[in-house]
Design a protein around this ligand. Structure first.
Ligand SMILES: [Zn+2]
Length: 197
């Protein structure tokens, strides 16, 4: 799936450079420091690797109620979306803005995460076009996107505080994934544009 995903991006993005995938359980040392369980999947720009703690997949299935191979694929495609953002310069620019405007750090993080969801959808579009999706695959990805929205996660353990969101609400995550999925065009993924929701 990773090879297929990256071949798609090599065609869409001139100069694409493949990222590596690290699957682990427990804790691991990454180019971005030590990562433990409960950290969730992440992309490290310093070593250009995607780190997936396999216990997150257990959680996605059991606790978040989002089982299925395509739900897992969506998570990897989202993280590769962050790799795209490094290659296109969006990621370093956002980090720079977050340092200079700490009050907007969360809002900028939400924009970056929604773009990664949209980029995951762009790959989803290409799989649909090549007819390699199974019935229910898209629903699996949408269920996962909804399950890991900030409001869904916060609501499970207490009050929902939109100002503390870092990834976007369930509705936003689903809608940006859909946007990429429907059009298949990375240019549709400008979540930073004025008026983007
Ligand atoms: Zn992310």
């Amino acid at each position: 799936m990773l090879d297929e995903l990256q071949e798609t991006w090599a065609q869409l993005l001139p100069g694409y450079r493949p990222a590596k995938l690290v699957l682990f359980r427990g804790s691991i040392r990454s180019g971005c420091g030590a990562a433990g369980a409960q950290m969730g999947p992440f992309y490290c720009p310093a070593d250009e690797k995607v780190y997936i703690d396999l216990s997150f997949y257990d959680q996605l299935r059991r606790r978040f109620g989002a089982p299925g191979d395509f739900a897992q694929a969506y998570v990897i495609a989202h993280e590769i979306g962050h790799h795209i953002q490094k290659l296109t310069g969006v990621e370093p620019e956002v980090r720079r803005l977050q340092r200079s405007r700490p009050g907007q750090a969360n809002a900028l993080s939400v924009r970056m995460e929604l773009q990664a969801d949209c980029l995951a959808g762009v790959w989803g579009h290409s799989t649909a076009r090549r007819d390699i999706l199974e019935a229910g695959d898209v629903e699996e990805a949408l269920r996962a996107a909804a399950a890991i929205g900030d409001d869904a996660i916060q609501g499970r353990s207490g009050a929902v505080r939109p100002e503390s969101f870092t990834h976007g609400s369930s509705e936003q995550r689903v809608s940006w994934f859909r946007r990429g999925m429907n059009g298949g065009d990375p240019n549709d993924c400008d979540s930073f544009a004025a008026g983007a929701r």
